[in-house]
Design a protein. Structure first.
Length: 430
């Protein structure tokens, strides 16, 4: 499909993942970005992994918004994002090496907390304790958000004054050293090396710092894309707590994490896979471990873009997706990786749960109840035809259309886009 046909009609759109992350949001943001003014990342850190393609070239982004591949699109890393300066510099260097310009396009909010090497050490130390292991990316994201909430974080804006910057960093490191030594018996901390790392890498990005408020005031009338990371079921408040990420993944947070009025946001697009995956620990009612999950894993290349971890695979769960549609206020949907299901004889979609023999239609808020549910499935016929090169929706096999139509009717939300391959033009408009 010619991605220039994707028109955002002067709207400001939030694009979020509607499952447990890894839904293919980066590609969809990339497709929408061509006709946008700016793309704004509003939460998370380099625990995110958005995979894009240009021809056969694979480009994985962690902090930089997925609009960076388009020449005239401004990209903002909002105040809701925690920034590892070293990781950001490595990402910038990778893009520049691949002839993708960031200068004049990439902007960082002065309110972003700086992620320190000791945040990573704390994350690894906590994950090594079996009683508190939830399967994080061990990138230090959680400990950095902890410091932000506890009001001891060092912000990007603190780097304007080097003495003040060093004072704040040293206070923060005092606290981290105390935790690492007293709680985890970790004594191998080289403070001078850590400070040098932060000073050198922060100086490289300080010229990218700018407030987004002026931009939003001048350009807020339309064509802005707010890019979510992770997925709504990993939201710190509304996800499957404690097996969640450390930030708010709901579209409501887009205005807070980017510094614009909520009145600017017109629409929410939810992105979901034709099946379900999850990384790390936590409840997963439709998880399967058979030849079907092996097919999904191998054909879908279900390995984390950030850590390379194998993703758990299972059938599409409409009970979970219905909850996301409701709490996120999703206006329309995009289904991705429908092509991965090609070749399976039968497909299953979860339409309800059973607990102790009783049928429930809603996603339990209690994680203990969620761990006990048994999925109720509706069976669908599979298809054998390769659908990767199909670009017109009505030319898809009737089994694919039946599968997609059932999902849309069940959720009572239109599915406007179908992704049938990894590349940016592997998209169909419904």
């Amino acid at each position: 499909m010619d991605i220039s046909l994707i028109n955002i009609d002067n709207k400001n759109i939030v694009i979020v993942g509607a499952q447990w992350g890894d839904e293919g949001k980066g590609k969809i943001v990339d497709a929408f970005a061509q006709n946008s003014t700016a793309v704004v990342r509003f939460h998370g850190g380099n625990n995110a992994g958005h995979t894009l393609y240009r021809g056969n070239k694979k480009i994985v982004l962690h902090l930089i918004p997925s609009g960076i591949l388009h020449g005239n699109v401004k990209c903002f890393i909002g105040n809701g994002v925690v920034v590892d300066p070293l990781a950001l510099n490595e990402e910038i260097e990778f893009l520049e090496e691949n002839l993708i310009k960031t200068k004049g396009k990439l902007n960082i909010s002065p309110g972003c907390p700086i992620l320190l090497p000791t945040h990573v050490l704390l994350d690894k130390a906590k994950e090594s304790k079996n009683f508190n292991n939830i399967g994080t990316t061990v990138r230090g994201i959680g400990p950095c958000y902890e410091d932000k909430v506890s009001r001891r974080a060092t912000l990007i804006s603190d780097a304007y004054d080097e003495k003040n910057f060093l004072d704040k960093l040293n206070l923060q490191l005092d606290y981290h050293e105390f935790l690492l030594k007293s709680l985890y018996a970790y004594n191998d901390i080289n403070r001078n090396e850590i400070l040098e790392n932060i000073l050198v890498n922060t100086k490289k990005i300080i010229n990218l710092v700018s407030s987004s408020n002026d931009f939003f005031e001048k350009n807020g009338s339309g064509n802005l894309i707010f890019e979510g990371a992770q997925g709504v079921l990993l939201d710190i408040d509304h996800g499957t707590y404690p097996f969640v990420t450390s930030s708010n993944c709901l579209p409501n947070y887009a205005s807070i994490g980017s510094g614009c009025s909520p009145k600017l946001i017109n629409e929410c697009l939810g992105v979901f896979k034709a099946y379900t995956t999850r990384v790390g620990k936590g409840p997963f009612p439709t998880e399967i471990n058979d030849s079907n999950s092996k097919h999904m894993l191998e054909k879908g290349k279900e390995f984390g873009a950030t850590t390379g971890r194998t993703r758990r695979c299972g059938w599409l769960d409409l009970v979970a997706l219905k909850k996301v549609v409701s709490i996120a206020g999703i206006d329309r949907l995009c289904i991705t990786k429908i092509d991965v299901l090609t070749g399976l004889d039968e497909l299953y979609i979860c339409t309800g749960y059973k607990i102790n023999g009783s049928v429930i239609k809603n996603f339990p808020d209690n994680i203990n109840a969620l761990n006990k549910v048994q999925p109720i499935y509706k069976k669908f016929s599979g298809w054998k035809i390769n659908i990767n090169n199909i670009r017109i929706y009505n030319e898809l096999p009737k089994e694919v259309i039946n599968y997609i139509d059932f999902i849309s009717k069940f959720l009572d939300v239109p599915i406007n886009l179908v992704s049938n391959g990894p590349k940016i033009d592997d998209l169909l408009i419904v």
